[in-house]
Design a protein around this ligand. Structure first.
Ligand SMILES: *Cc1c(COP(=O)(O)O)cnc(C)c1O
Length: 232
């Protein structure tokens, strides 16, 4: 792979900077508000993942099943926690189940839940998942509409016993307008609040460009890629 291998010093500096920003943002919410970071490794070299592990990071996310499988295999000696965060095609479901990821964050429809549950049953497995919400109603983005999210979450929990729903995930609105981004996070936060009684514990929102705003809006899990792999 052609991705650049970064020095331990550069990665340590980037990691420290991001962790400090997460800390500052979460303490503004509440000193007891915990935020977990998943490092999105999709555009970086496998060597950089190993270095970040050495620096203390455990959770990593990939957006393609094929690359997830390759990286899990390449790094199988390290006790990493792998998240699937990208669109899951139906023909990749079996491969994903065989990977046995820590969390599928991108369960984005009732139909996908039905297909996944069926394959999980056949393989005698279960999977922890987040329901992805299309919080800005963008045609290019996956996820269930905010209006139907709570009902869909409950229907999946009731009908598909091999899917263990742990909360919700969203990608913030794709715009420079911070008020529109904020609204998409607040929409997701309200859905998350409504699902507290259904056991929702994880509200995954916030990427390199918007994680502080996401934390301010109640995110408990951020997914950070490019901010960690800068080379300057
Ligand atoms: C790529 C990706 C991220 C990380 O994006 P950065 O802007 O590089 O931090 C987070 N979530 C999802 C779903 C992604 O596909």
């Amino acid at each position: 792979m052609a991705e650049k291998i970064l020095s331990r010093e550069v990665l340590a500096r980037n990691l420290d900077a991001v962790i400090q920003r997460i800390e500052a943002a979460r303490i503004k919410v509440d000193e007891h508000h915990i935020v977990k970071m998943v490092v999105v490794s999709k555009y970086t070299a496998v060597e950089n993942i190993a270095t970040l592990y050495d620096l203390g990071q455990r959770a990593f996310g990939e957006n393609q099943v094929q690359q997830l499988a390759e990286r899990m295999e390449a790094l199988e000696d390290l006790p990493l926690e792998w998240h699937m965060i990208g669109r899951l095609q139906k023909n990749k479901i079996n491969k994903l189940i065989d990977c046995d990821p820590f969390l599928l964050q991108s369960l984005d429809s009732l139909e996908l839940a039905e297909a996944l549950d069926k394959r999980l049953e056949a393989k005698g497995k279960t999977m922890e998942c987040l329901l992805q919400i299309n919080s800005a109603r963008e045609a290019t983005k996956a996820g269930v509409d905010p209006e139907t999210a709570v009902a869909t979450y409950r229907e999946i929990a009731e009908r598909f016993p091999r899917i263990d729903l742990r909360g919700v995930m969203t990608i913030g609105a794709h715009t420079e307008d911070q008020e529109i981004v904020r609204r998409s996070f607040e929409t997701t936060r309200r859905i998350f609040d409504d699902l507290q009684s259904d056991g929702a514990e994880i509200c995954s929102m916030g990427m390199s460009g918007d994680f502080e705003l996401a934390i301010e809006c109640g995110s408990t899990m951020v997914r950070i890629g490019s901010a960690l792999f800068r080379d300057a």
